[in-house]
Design a protein around this ligand. Structure first.
Ligand SMILES: [Cu+2]
Length: 256
């Protein structure tokens, strides 16, 4: 009888404490996304800012002085069609070396995902004027005359223009707006989904997300900084082309 009780006790103990180890599909873990940056493969950190020069597809020579962008709604897609949407956002700030690693605010089951995606910028549900105090204090807002809400990206620096003069550029992405008639703003969506592809989530997984900054200037529209370098936020056509060019800037890096 004592033996039986011991066996039962061990079984009960095991059922309550070992179950997660034995069924790895049920075990949840923290997952971090690490945002890394390069220019056609050459790694870029804020140590390269201001001094290093890069050449765009068009042949414009530029430096980078500032880079920050917002990503939101990281989503883990299962093979059976289910999706785990991680509500929340992260303002990657390369200039100040902040938020380049983003730990998802909820834990995710260990296992295989056919795709991990996130939104570049905010979709229309989340792009709420003044709603996020941390973004307000980071001066991330878009002025009301351009529709309000928030920036998606700020990339700034200097380039050499067609008369060999160094000029500042401000490549800011927002929801495209035509504000020719201030009483009747016309919008076009420019947030987009980045699909990283298949990811196997292990315990405390870290997923590298690479941004090739050169892609913003590459295609389908080969960016001409002489034509478009400043006042791009109220420039509807420039915003649509930024959206087009943004489709290929991100890729999946190392997953651990
Ligand atoms: Cu701006």
């Amino acid at each position: 009888m004592k033996k039986l009780i011991a066996v039962v006790l061990i079984s009960v103990f095991c059922l309550s404490s070992c179950v997660e180890d034995e069924v790895p599909g049920l075990q949840k873990t923290n997952v971090s996304l690490n945002f890394k940056h390069n220019w056609d493969g050459a790694a870029i950190t804020n140590a390269n800012f201001n001094t290093d020069k890069y050449f765009t597809a068009e042949g414009d020579e530029l430096s980078i002085e500032k880079l920050r962008y917002l990503i939101s709604s990281v989503t883990f897609h299962k093979e059976n069609g289910e999706a785990i949407v991680v509500e929340g956002y992260n303002l990657v700030d390369v200039t100040n070396n902040e938020n380049q690693s983003y730990v998802a605010p909820i834990q995710v089951p260990i296992g295989v995902y056919t795709n991990v995606s996130f939104t570049f910028g905010f979709d229309n549900t989340d792009n709420i004027e003044g709603a996020y105090t941390d973004l307000n204090s980071a001066s991330w807002n878009v002025p009301m005359m351009m529709g309000g809400g928030y920036h998606f990206m700020q990339l700034e620096g200097k380039f050499i223009n067609n008369v060999a003069t160094e000029v500042g550029y401000q490549y800011h992405t927002i929801k495209a707006v035509n504000n020719t008639d201030p009483m009747n703003l016309v919008f076009q969506d420019t947030f987009f989904t980045v699909n990283l592809g298949e990811v196997i989530v292990h315990n405390d997984s870290s997923i590298d997300v690479n941004m090739n900054i050169a892609e913003w200037f590459k295609g389908p529209y080969q960016w001409k900084l002489n034509d478009w370098h400043s006042m791009l936020m109220p420039n509807f056509d420039a915003q649509v082309k930024m959206y087009d060019n943004g489709q290929n800037v991100f890729s999946l890096g190392t997953v651990n």
